[in-house]
Design a protein around this ligand. Sequence first.
Ligand code: ADP
Ligand code: MG
Length: 624
Amino acid sequence: MANNDNRSNASKQMKGHGGQGPGHGMPLGRPSEKAKDFKGTTKRLIKYIGQYRLQMFLIIIVTISVTVLSVIAPNYSRFIINDLQEIITGTITQDVGVARILTYFYLIIGLYVLRFIMSLIMHLMGNKISIYLGRKMRNDLREKMEKLPIKYYDSRQTGNILSVFSNDVDVVTNSIQQSLINIISSFFSIVGILVMMFLISWKLTIIALLILPLFILATSQVAKRSQAKFIRQQKQLGSLNGHIEEVFSEVKIVKLFGKEEDSFNEFQKINSSLAIDMRDAQFLSGLIRPIMEFISNIGYVAVVIVGGILAGATNPLLVGDITIFIMYQKNFVNPILNIANVINQLQSTIAGAERIFEVLDEAEENQDFVLTNFDQSQFHGHVVFDNIEFSYNDDQELIKDLNLEVAPGKQIAIVGPTGAGKTTLVNLLMRFYEVKSGHIFIDDIKSTDYPRSILRKQFGMVLQDTWLFSGTIKENVAYGKPDATDEEIIEACKQAHVHHYIETLPKGYDTVLKEDADNISKGQKQLLTIARAILFNPNILILDEATSSVDTRTESYIQNAMNFMMEGKTSFVIAHRLSTIKKAHVILVMNHGKIVEQGNHKELLAKNGVYAELYNSQFLNQPI
Ligand SMILES: Nc1ncnc2c1ncn2[C@@H]1O[C@H](COP(=O)(O)OP(=O)(O)O)[C@@H](O)[C@H]1O
Ligand SMILES: [Mg+2]
């Protein structure tokens, strides 16, 4: 019962519709996640379902019918039992009795057939809505991802977005129909059963209802305590996961410092308290059902005794009346529990919907305009930063009064310590982030006057983190130019000095790279991304620490490939190792968001400033 996830929980509740008793595996007394704005989100979800609202309304009607049918059918069994009793006692003749029994029998069969058909319709329609809803949500989320600014992705973990996409959509779509059906059928079961009980005997009904307050009080008290334990259990589980994650990611550090024992002791501590909390939570939640059953049984005894007395009274109750009354009474508590459970489940459903809507509500990259008759040939790669001011957060100033002019076809190297703002400059150039004030001009046109898609097409980027997707080498290289011929692809790979390597692979250019592409080395991956950029042939190149994570030998390969690629193109090269950028036309030394020095290698060395110091320190530390 403890490890029910939402889905199995929901499917178990499914069996409980129609007031015929909930599944006996419900996690009683388990807390659910709370939605922040339950009412608002529910309204929005109903609105979101849109065109399917009519179907939803129909489901409600059908569900009510199914419930009513379920509730009234046993009433005819009651008449059959009563008639049998009257035949036996001789109150009615056998012929009359049998005829009546047969009529009731056909009626019951008819009712159950009808109920079967109705519940089939109910489920089919429910499934349709949830499938439609899931598809719509995934589509809308996917479309939204396209429009979100880079800022959104930079400030979030991939796992979170992924979880909204899969878990939340799943939870919402799976439970929406079930919750709806459940809550309606439970409510109408309660009302219907009460009516039927009153029709049989109002006296017995009052006795049966007397135990209700006791019932609710006892279960809610235990459930409250059990919830607290479940919450603790959840927290312990969280720390346990955190611990394991830590051990996994820092296994070398733990071993290096000989902390295995400490680490294991800590694990045991968390594990023991988890076990205690689990035991308590299980015990308490396991207690709920026996308590319920105990109280109900007391109720039955009371009903049977009073019923027996009434059977002998002047206006006697028949056997069928008492039998079916007890049956109704037995079924009465189930829908009550069911509602409590569905409300719980609905909370997490709405919380999931809330997270989905949160993503859909995120601020988008401002609307792009469409530029028709745009002439590619007007790009030469003349880049001007004019009085740029920018910061990621309002309370922390980063770039201020930045001015820079880059002539077409020139190589600009940007150096400086980590956090100086080098990558930020690239982010602004690509309009991944918008400048706060000032303008970036590309070929004398403000970068904001280009549609983003056209602007970004002018750039080729090679970053420290290579990005290759699962697909063949050929597909990966041709990513920026899908219509490239095989010859063009091979030519690009030759220029990137990776052709020979590809040739050595058994499947050559058709070698499939795995998702994380760990079947080839880091340096080779980098050469492939360079081949991709060469094939794409952009007007401006950006190389952001492209050689930082490869060995010096591979670096010289990559360096050659990059030099070839940069020829005659405006390029921004960000590099750690200064030896690689000596030939740049202009070297910018950045620190704290500012350009502190500017000039070519010789000039900067002569200046004997920050650059000279940096260069000399690296040069002295060079192993060669
Ligand atoms: N997406 C971001 N959101 C907020 N702050 C950021 C973001 N990216 C970088 N920064 C901060 O901006 C500063 C400059 O970063 P960056 O341009 O990446 O430096 P560099 O590339 O020179 O190492 C750093 O202090 C960094 O922490
Ligand atoms: Mg950087």
